[in-house]
Each structure stands twice: as structure tokens, then as C-alpha cells.
Design a protein around this ligand. Structure first.
Ligand SMILES: [Zn+2]
Length: 219
């Protein structure tokens, strides 16, 4: 899931408009940022199964980025980071911290919706969960598109952004949606785990940067 995380971040961004939505997009994608870095470091793994052309679902071993316990810890860390990062928010710091933590945790919830049961509760040997909506890909993609577009709409309604920035932010969300749909339907298997990790990290960085740029409100 990719566009759905961006949509969740934008919906959450509406709750605290003084924080740049790029920060929430980064928070909502943080578990994947951690995943791809850990794959490059050899701490977690991704394998391309033989039926990838039919399922488009790589197989992950990812207890430190996508385990429930780990996701909770990353959410808490993000909350603490936001609390320290936004001193100018005064009393609203605590709320910004809670919302940033929620953005990180929303990733786990949405992944648990679509992934086959493979997200561990704690370590790799613990019980694994996942509702497996990706087994019915068209429904999964319709739901993801709905989350992405609803999040965009919620954020844009009442946002203090120029018309141009609203258009560009919409283009960005639509681009992530096209990227997601292509990735889950027609994309060829990635050549290697390293290539997959590097290109994913680059894509995540670009999307966070552009969301921060287009979403930065006029002061
Ligand atoms: Zn994920």
C-alpha cells in the first residue's frame, strides 16, 4: 500500500494544520522507510515468490518495521520527536505529538488490512496477522483509491493553499495512486531486493518532499 498511506496522512494533516503535511506523509510512510533501510542493512528480508506475476505481493520478513510491537514503538518515537520538533506550538505540542504517532500507526493498520497474514504481533516467531484484502485485488485497490482521494479532499477543504499548490498536491496524490495500481497489477518483478529497496526509498523521499512543498501553507 502506498497511495492509501498518503491519503491517511492528509486526512490526519487536517487535524493539525500548523504542521506541514509533508511531515505527516513521512510519518505515515515511516514503517516502509524503516523496512527498506533494514532490508539494505540485512536486518529484514524481501523475497519475490514464483507467483509474483499473478499476486504482485513480495514476501517480507519484517518484524522490526511491521510487527505490531515495533510499530507501536515507532509511533511512540515519532510522537516524542514531534513533541521536541514543534516547541512553537506551545500547548498544542502534545496534540501534534499524538497526531504524528497516530500517522505512524495508521500505516500498520492499513497494511494489516491488505497484507496476507504476515505481520507479526511481536518477533518473527509470534502470531501473524493480516486480513489479506490483496487476495481480492480490485476491491483492495478501490478501497485504497477511496482512502487516497478522501484524504486529499479532507485536507484541501479549507486549506490555506494557493490554487496552484492545491492542483499540484492533487496531481501528486493521483500520481501515487497510479503508481500503486500499476505496482499491484502490471509491474514486472523487481530485479533484486537491493534494487527494490533503493528505488522505493528514492520514491518515498520524493513523495515526502513534494507533499511538504505543495502542502506548505502561505504564511
Ligand atoms: Zn508497509
Amino acid at each position: 500500500m502506498f497511495a492509501g498511506h498518503v491519503g491517511a496522512a492528509l486526512a490526519i494533516g487536517r487535524v493539525e494544520r500548523r504542521v506541514n503535511p509533508g511531515a505527516f506523509v513521512f510519518a505515515a510512510l515511516l514503517l516502509d522507510v524503516v523496512l527498506w533501510i533494514f532490508i539494505l542493512l540485512g536486518l529484514e528480508t524481501v523475497a519475490i515468490p514464483g507467483n509474483f506475476a499473478a499476486t504482485h505481493q513480495p514476501e517480507f520478513v519484517f518484524p522490526y518495521s511491521h510487527g505490531l510491537l515495533a510499530a507501536t514503538a515507532w509511533s511512540l518515537l515519532a510522537g516524542i520527536a514531534a513533541f521536541l520538533w514543534y516547541p512553537h506550538l506551545g500547548a498544542a505540542k502534545l496534540r501534534a505529538a499524538a497526531v504524528a504517532g497516530l500517522a505512524v500507526f495508521s500505516h500498520w493498520l492499513l497494511d494489516a488490512l491488505v497484507h496476507a497474514p504476515g505481520l507479526p504481533l511481536a518477533g518473527e516467531s509470534s502470531a501473524k496477522v493480516g486480513l489479506g484484502l490483496w487476495q481480492t485485488m480490485p476491491i483492495a485497490l478501490v478501497i485504497e483509491a477511496f482512502i487516497a482521494l478522501a484524504g486529499l479532499w479532507l485536507f484541501l477543504a479549507g486549506a490555506k493553499l494557493s490554487r496552484g499548490k492545491k492542483v499540484w498536491l492533487s496531481v501528486l496524490v493521483l500520481a501515487t495512486l497510479v503508481f500503486t495500481i500499476a505496482g499491484m497489477t502490471v509491474a514486472p518483478p523487481p530485479p533484486s531486493a537491493t534494487a527494490m529497496a533503493s528505488s522505493s526509498l528514492a520514491t518515498l523521499a520524493i513523495v515526502c518532499f513534494l507533499a511538504g512543498w505543495f502542502g506548505k501553507r502561505a504564511t
